[in-house]
Design a protein around this ligand. Structure first.
Ligand SMILES: NC(=O)c1ccc[n+]([C@@H]2O[C@H](COP(=O)([O-])OP(=O)(O)OC[C@H]3O[C@@H](n4cnc5c(N)ncnc54)[C@H](O)[C@@H]3O)[C@@H](O)[C@H]2O)c1
Ligand SMILES: [Zn+2]
Ligand SMILES: [Zn+2]
Length: 368
């Protein structure tokens, strides 16, 4: 079928929205009509050419939500009409990692997905100039996409797709990190570095868990102000003095849970240094640049601090995303507040510009 899609033709150049040919779903695959898709930093990172594992030509986009249109042979868990959130991190339920229950890093289709192909090692996307690869196994900057069944979370069809598409990446990463990866306890103290989509998600998750003190650190006054809307009880200006301020706020001990959501390794170190001696748990969520390393003074670990990280905040997509949608529907979780701009597919490059300018939290592409 012919669809409109945003193609990364060349690194460092604007995406080109054009007619693309999408082949029918094969066994284990599903055709999804995309209704909404957030524009995330990872799309921009790949488009810029800086990502060492990036590839083109491909159809970008990974923060999608839509409606199942058609299913391939053997697909049993979704059917036409189902509302789904796309997952760059699948959950097969059968690989060693999935069966362990200890991690969300499913290995079922990792290799092919990493190279831009569907699980059988081929692509369903092409255009006159030749074949195109799938981005992150999702390619949701498109009117329709074909994805593996194990990478779709079936969700409550009543939920607004413009809001819940954010659960395909940014929002879930922060919220799940607080709820399930760090398991923030009621009455605890929390500090979140970085008040973008990911950090604010961690703030929302900490609030849901009943944290008593939620400190947000950012260099942007505007973002600090915004964080109060999601549950921040205190704010601290980011920079070299941030750790000292946090220690001052906690009798010199540090906070029970710290989250890093900036992608800056120096800030990651601050997140470790702000964790409470004895049991403080520092969770890294940001993606650092190629070759960068995190320096930790070992004494911080000997004295009881723990460090962890999580892709997608550790969320198991098919298990946790439907639960988060239900929390959104019951009013426990605000997702609408994250949607700052609604744009069309033709305006996708404007979505990147808005991100550069730090204008709003998320731009969401709306499809017809
Ligand atoms: N773990 C995952 O699976 C996953 C998923 C999505 C995004 N990410 C990563 O998470 C990070 C955050 O993503 P985002 O979309 O929220 O980004 P964002 O750019 O919207 O937010 C980052 C925030 O950090 C702030 N900041 C910059 N320097 C700072 C400093 N010194 N101290 C405190 N704050 C500072 C910025 O002002 C900004 O508000 C990125 O690195 C992104 O790549 C990871
Ligand atoms: Zn993303
Ligand atoms: Zn698996």
């Amino acid at each position: 079928m012919k669809i409109r899609a945003a193609v990364l033709e060349e690194f460092g150049q604007p995406l080109v929205v054009q007619d693309v040919e999408l082949a029918a779903p094969k066994a284990g695959e599903v055709l999804v009509k995309i209704k909404s898709c957030g524009v995330c930093h990872t799309d921009l990172y790949t488009a810029s050419g800086v990502d060492p594992s990036g590839y083109c030509d491909c159809v970008l986009g990974h923060e999608g939500a839509g409606i199942v249109e058609e299913v391939g042979a053997g697909v049993t868990s979704v059917q036409p009409g189902d509302h789904v959130v796309t997952l760059f991190s699948p959950e097969c339920g059968e690989c060693v990692n999935c069966r362990s229950g200890k991690t969300n890093i499913c290995t079922a289709i990792r290799e092919q997905q990493g190279q831009g192909y569907l699980p059988d090692g081929t692509s369903r996307l092409s255009r006159a100039a030749g074949p195109l690869r799938h981005f992150m196994g999702t390619s949701t900057f498109a009117e329709y996409t074909v994805m593996p069944e194990i990478a779709l979370a079936k969700v409550n069809p009543e939920a607004d797709l413009d809001a819940i598409c954010l659960l395909a990446c940014g929002a879930t990463t922060g919220i799940a990190a607080a709820l399930w990866k760090a398991e923030v306890e009621a009455g605890s103290t929390v500090v979140v570095f970085g008040a973008g989509m990911v950090g604010l998600g961690a703030v929302a998750g900490a609030k849901l868990r009943g944290a008593e003190k939620i400190v947000v650190v950012d260099i942007s006054d505007h973002r600090l102000e915004l964080s109060k809307q999601f549950g921040a009880t205190h704010t601290v200006k980011g920079g070299p003095n941030a750790v000292a301020e946090i220690l001052d706020m906690s009798d010199g001990l540090g906070m029970d849970y710290t989250f890093e959501a900036t992608g800056i390794v120096d800030v990651m170190a601050q997140a470790v240094e702000s964790a409470r001696m004895g049991w403080g748990l520092a969770t890294m969520l940001g993606v650092a640049g190629k070759g960068e390393t995190l320096d930790i003074v070992p004494r911080l670990l000997i004295t009881g601090r723990k460090v962890q990280g999580g892709s997608f905040g550790g969320a198991k997509g098919r298990t946790h995303v439907p639960q988060l949608v239900d929390m959104y529907m019951s009013g426990e979780l605000d997702l609408d507040g994250f949607v700052s701009h609604r744009i069309t597919l033709d305006e996708v490059n404007k979505g990147f510009d808005l991100m550069h300018e730090q204008d709003g939290i998320r731009s969401v592409i709306q499809f017809a």
